[in-house]
Design a protein around this ligand. Structure first.
Ligand code: ZN
Length: 300
């Protein structure tokens, strides 16, 4: 499943597939990638991306700050403020929905370990998986958190109470392998939490091919509530509830504008963010990103 060159939908198997648009990789390569969508189930993906061995070089950029603690520019400051704001919300959601109130939780794609550190302080035993050796080192140095390379996940044998993937699932080549593994390792009453961009959001529809959360080829899959629900169902999961991520509309709008014009119109960032936020209050499916609280089927 590392390539999608045959234009078959991974979720429903349909070949009734069309090209949505091409997305330019402004961050690293300036290459164009076609974004395909399934007419049957709306699952959407980056066509023919670099495979898991080749993709590392598409993450090498000073602009790609997901794993970075650089705090120089105004844009980075906003990112770090948003991360601080969201951290509390994430912790509260996990505590609210997890049936085990303390136990073992793993965060896949944990970056530099901010979330695990916060959960550790709430009494959880934590373990991270992260592909970046630099991020693993920072997590250990700053928070004394154990973080394993991502490729060790498939050999991990312990049972866990909570698995989280914060803006990570869209980067995973082996979707089926990961989802099957998570189902195996999760206790029967366990909680699986996934946050991903929402390609049916207000800002996605506003910016279309320039929507920064397309982020090809790093983002391989582009979910909405319907397609992720079908994907999870296929792997034995169901969604118990989902929540908005209200700040993402501002951040993604800012990045999208930078992509288009290489400068940021802060008035437009504010306007797009506020409209996106208002729309998502009455309709969660308009939210730029969504957090899904997921169980194994039959356990809700
Ligand atoms: Zn489909």
């Amino acid at each position: 499943m590392s390539r999608q060159s045959n234009g078959i939908c991974n979720v429903c198997g349909s070949d009734d597939v069309k090209k949505l648009f091409s997305n330019k990789d402004y961050t690293v390569s300036n290459e164009l990638f076609d974004i395909l969508t399934c007419n049957n189930c709306a699952f959407t993906w980056t066509h023919n991306p670099p495979n898991s061995e080749e993709i590392g070089k598409y993450y090498i950029s000073e602009d790609y700050i997901s794993h970075s603690d650089v705090n120089d520019s105004f844009r980075d400051k906003i990112y770090h403020f948003a991360r601080w704001f969201m951290l509390n919300r994430k912790c509260k959601l996990v505590d609210k929905y997890s049936k085990a109130k303390q136990g073992l939780m793993i965060d896949i794609g944990c970056g530099t370990g901010y979330f695990l550190n916060a959960m550790q302080q709430r009494g959880w035993e934590t373990l991270g998986f992260e592909p970046s050796a630099d991020a693993r080192r920072v997590a250990k140095m700053n928070f004394n958190i154990d973080v394993l390379p991502s490729n060790e996940l498939l050999n991990f044998t312990k049972k866990v109470d909570v698995v989280t993937m914060w803006h990570v699932l869209e980067h995973i080549h082996d979707l089926s392998g990961y989802l099957n593994k998570i189902k195996d390792m999760l206790n029967e009453s366990g909680l699986f939490v996934v946050a991903v961009p929402n390609i049916s959001s207000y800002d996605a529809n506003l910016y279309k091919s320039e929507w920064a959360a397309i982020d090809a080829p790093r983002h391989l899959w582009h979910f909405n509530t319907s397609s992720i629900s079908q994907l999870l169902d296929k792997h034995g999961f169901c969604i118990e509830e989902y929540y908005r991520m209200p700040l993402d509309a501002f951040y993604v709008s800012m990045l999208s504008q930078k992509n288009i014009s290489h400068k940021i119109n802060w008035f437009k960032v504010l306007k797009d963010g506020i409209i996106g936020l208002m729309k998502s209050i009455t309709n969660k499916d308009a939210s730029s990103s969504l957090i899904y609280l997921i169980r194994k089927k039959g356990t809700v």
